[in-house]
Design a protein around this ligand. Structure first.
Ligand SMILES: C[S@@+](CC[C@H](N)C(=O)[O-])C[C@H]1O[C@@H](n2cnc3c(N)ncnc32)[C@H](O)[C@@H]1O
Length: 385
């Protein structure tokens, strides 16, 4: 096996289970891409990874003991990932990349169908080992690939989208606590469905009261909205994705539920609702997409969030609940509190923080990899004196 050598001091990252070494953190590396043993500058073994000279993250470390990155290795990793999800039903994230010891691989399980996303050169190169191991452990009827993320382009990889194994239906069937969504795989966002908000959706449904008014902004297929509708609330859902709103509409129809829909940009729709003196909403959900991918984007995104929060607060009923989420690592809880404080000051509203929620257990948060804490939801309540 080829070797890379970490620069002095950089071995600590690997010893502390952080699975990346950047090109400028290497004292020695081979000419060719491939599986490598990682050594410290004192010639101590640190782990086994994959080296790719064109990647900024030149080495991704997959194991911290000696051994191959072969089918047996992946069988063990997938078996462990599956065992950790015991009791979660048959819809969950089965592999959450580095948090499951598999940097660059995401696998969502939707019953008998898996949707996979390959994000880096390493998992692309090791496909012949991990794919049969995944099939052996998860035993799906079909696997669909949605490898069309930005990180792939940064790695110099082309998109790969389409059926990968077995029988893949064109409509993904997602059953979440009795609400069944039929989502066209080819047109869906990410891996098809936002499994990571399921626990928040359960918390939300438990709090919604019949007759309340609910505003679900960035609704996607309406997984929050339809839960409120089945509790007997009036619901207005807002999203810019017409396909997703079509799924929402058809799901509502199948279940005999009513959800009003507005397609458009969230800030524009909220501004126009606030201006038209729409009656206030007891629950307002703001679940935007990943707005920040680099730290330098943060100031701009904070201003956008203040612009979003101001009309949202005008639409929020007295003592109403505001659910504000961020799925961007760089947009943390402190930033969410700051933008809400700024918007509340502009609108003369007083809020209290009721709770802060994080990624659910099927999207694990590794202590050693701060980036794995990506989902934050702050639940505010309007708190007039
Ligand atoms: C994180 S997803 C929301 C997930 C959803 N709340 C759920 O539980 O399934 C973000 C959504 O924001 C929508 N979106 C992105 N930019 C938008 C914009 N400017 N205005 C309105 N919706 C937007 C996307 O279409 C996507 O459905």
């Amino acid at each position: 096996m080829q070797r890379v050598v970490a620069k002095p001091g950089k071995d600590k990252k690997i010893r502390n289970f952080y699975p990346v070494l950047f090109a400028d953190e290497l004292a020695a590396s081979p000419q060719e891409a491939g599986v490598v043993q990682v050594y410290s500058s004192e010639n101590q073994f640190l782990g086994v990874g994959y080296y790719h000279p064109a990647s900024r993250a030149a080495v991704r470390v997959y194991r911290f003991d000696e051994g191959a990155l072969d089918k047996a290795f992946f069988l063990q990793r997938f078996a462990r990932a599956q065992a950790r999800r015991a009791g979660l039903g048959s819809f969950y994230r089965l592999v959450h990349a580095e948090a499951d010891g598999l940097p660059g691989l995401v696998v969502d399980r939707f019953g008998e169908v898996l949707v996979v996303q390959v994000r880096n050169q390493a998992m692309e190169a090791l496909r012949e080992y991990w794919l049969p191991a995944l099939v052996a452990i998860a035993q799906p009827v079909g696997i669909y690939e949605r490898s069309d993320v930005e990180s792939r382009r940064q790695e110099g990889l082309v998109e790969r989208v389409g059926p990968l194994y077995g029988q893949v239906p064109s409509l993904l069937e997602v059953d979440e606590d009795g609400l069944v969504f039929h989502i066209p795989l080819a047109l869906a966002q990410k891996t098809g469905y936002y499994l990571d908000q399921r626990e928040n959706r359960r918390r939300f449904e438990a709090m919604v009261q019949p007759g309340e008014r609910v505003l679900d902004v960035y609704s996607y297929v309406g997984a929050f909205a339809l839960r409120a509708a089945r509790k007997g609330a009036y619901v207005l859902a807002v999203d810019k994705d017409l396909e997703a709103l079509g799924v929402l509409d058809r799901t509502a129809y199948r279940f005999g539920l009513r959800v009003d829909i507005r397609q458009g940009d969230a800030v524009e729709v909220l501004e126009s609702l606030a201006k038209s003196h729409t009656p206030p909403f007891q629950q307002v959900l703001l679940d935007p997409p990943t707005l920040v991918k680099r730290p330098e984007e943060l100031p701009r995104v904070k201003r956008l969030l203040v612009d979003l929060l101001r009309p949202a607060l005008r639409l929020l009923a007295r003592q109403g609940w505001l659910w504000l989420s961020s799925c961007a690592y760089y947009l943390g809880v402190e930033a969410l509190l700051e933008v809400t404080r700024r918007a509340a000051a502009d609108e003369g509203r007083r809020l209290r923080v009721h709770a802060v929620y994080h990624n659910p257990p099927d999207h694990p948060w590794s202590l050693h990899i701060p980036e794995t804490l990506y989902l934050k939801t702050v639940l505010f309540q309007d708190d007039p004196l």
